[in-house]
Write a protein that binds this ligand. Structure first.
Ligand SMILES: *Cc1c(COP(=O)(O)O)cnc(C)c1O
Length: 369
């Protein structure tokens, strides 16, 4: 079946009542010897099981493991490695994941090298005898760097190294990392998959025969950073309209990116759909469209960026992304003093509102530049 159909049908299951949509199973414990083999809600639950079936189907994976947040999903991969293992990580990885790796996992004895993964040479040069994993994020947060997933996966494979891709910004609609040779796909399901900014969640989807799948599954049930039955239900509900939302977000973002690229208050637009973007050709090859996220640098520096982000009326000034509503954020202050993000950068999560209203709002906000 096509992905659009799977997004609607996968994990629907059967309910004895004939209910077309699934009930929420709040029970924490299940009678022994039941038909579904369920035992205890931390280990598994019908809503989580249905969600995982759907996510595995959407990414073309062998298995999917749902977590209470995107960070918990990332942590499950890192914690499945051993002390002394080395990870090559994209330098523009989401700052929380970078901090998790460098600070927390560093104390556990994981080694990490940050590299610009838009360069295949830099990735290869960072490999050591103890390298176990390459961590990519494409498009990356917040600079929308594009990494060549199939080229990096082929290079890593020739060294016996696995590749994980944080595909949160691309969604399963626009990019299929497992089909490109990756072993693991990670999503913060808080973002596009949920789509309504009303739950926190994460998932790891695995290709067949990867080395860390059993460890991740064990960490899920024993570590216990699992989504509630309600969050699993709500997330599956959100996924049913993923394709429609993402299509509209891509269309709106492309129009806004072209408009902003011509605007004299803007010094630079980061959007892979623009032919001027350094990763455009690779994005065109590995993505079916360019996503709903874009970043811009404004003339007038940090103060100007802060003013514009505070001047929109329709775009809400808030962090996070991927919801139906448009958000705008002056990014560097959120990432703290160690950030490498340019001080004059504004990040925009484009929603599904009418493009005319979005354009009009940005136009009036940019007058404050
Ligand atoms: C938000 C985000 C995360 C973290 O996910 P949470 O659900 O907030 O824990 C990881 N990676 C990317 C790319 C994100 O945008």
């Amino acid at each position: 079946m096509k992905k659009e159909t799977l997004a609607v049908q996968a994990g629907r299951g059967d309910d004895a009542s004939g209910a077309v949509m699934p009930p929420i199973h709040l029970a924490t414990t299940f009678q022994r010897g039941n038909a579904s083999d369920l035992v205890y809600a931390r280990i598994d639950n019908p809503n989580r099981r249905a969600l995982e079936q759907c996510l595995a189907a959407l990414e073309g994976g062998a298995d999917a493991m749902a977590f209470a947040s995107g960070m918990a999903a990332a942590a499950s991969i890192f914690q499945s490695l051993r002390t002394g293992d080395h990870v090559v990580m994209a330098d523009d990885t989401y700052f929380g994941v970078r901090e998790l790796m460098q600070n927390i996992m560093g104390r556990w004895g994981l080694e990490c090298t940050l590299v610009d993964t838009t360069s295949l040479e830099e990735v290869g040069a960072a490999f050591r005898t103890n390298t176990r994993l390459v961590w990519l994020e494409s498009p990356s947060n917040p600079l929308l760097k594009i990494s060549d997933i199939s080229a990096i996966a082929a290079l890593a494979k020739s060294h016996g190294i696995e590749v994980a891709v944080d595909s949160t910004w691309a969604t399963p609609v626009l990019q299929q990392p497992l089909a490109l040779g990756a072993s693991y796909v990670i999503h913060s399901t808080t973002k596009y998959l949920s789509g309504h900014s009303d739950l926190t969640g994460g998932v790891v989807v695995t290709a067949p025969d990867v080395t860390l799948q059993a460890n991740i599954r064990e960490l899920q049930g024993t570590g216990g950073a699992v989504p509630s039955a309600f969050d699993a239900w709500l997330l599956l509900r959100g996924i049913r309209t993923l394709h429609l939302r993402v299509r509209q977000q891509c269309s709106n973002a492309m129009t806004l990116a072209r408009y902003l690229a011509e605007h004299n208050a803007i010094s630079r637009v980061f959007y892979p759909g623009l032919t001027s973007h350094p990763g455009h050709d690779i994005a065109a090859k590995q993505m079916s469209d360019y996503g709903g996220m874009l970043s811009v640098q404004v003339h007038g520096g940090e103060e100007s960026a802060a003013r514009v982000a505070a001047s929109t009326r329709l775009f809400t000034q808030a962090t996070s992304l991927g919801g139906v509503e448009s958000l705008i954020e002056h990014r560097a202050p959120v990432e703290g003093p160690t950030t490498a993000t340019p001080r004059d950068l504004i990040r925009i999560s484009v929603g599904i509102e009418h493009i005319d209203d979005l354009m009009k709002d940005l136009e009036q906000a940019l007058e404050s530049c």
